[in-house]
Design a protein around this ligand. Structure first.
Ligand SMILES: [Zn+2]
Length: 80
């Protein structure tokens, strides 16, 4: 069974939260290793999560967050 890119993106948040069941996680990893687009997408997503969560003190300034979203936009929607 294969996972589509749409499914991959739908599961992304659950994956990051560690909430995927093992079977789904395996499909997810399989797709990630086979699909360069989704691999890159996941990487940038992880990166964003890391810097937004690890920053001490108050939440990200809106301006910084907007810039992050902007940098991720090419990966969102479209493509396959
Ligand atoms: Zn994909």
């Amino acid at each position: 069974m294969n996972m589509t890119c749409d499914q991959f993106r739908d599961l992304l948040i659950d994956h990051v939260e560690g909430e995927l069941i093992v079977d789904v996680q395996e499909l997810f990893e399989f797709h990630r290793t086979r699909c360069p687009n989704c691999g890159a997408y996941l990487e940038s997503y992880h990166y964003t999560i890391r810097i937004t969560r690890k920053l001490p003190g108050p939440p990200l300034p809106a301006e910084v967050e907007a810039r992050l979203r902007e940098s991720l936009r090419p990966h969102l929607g479209g493509g396959d």
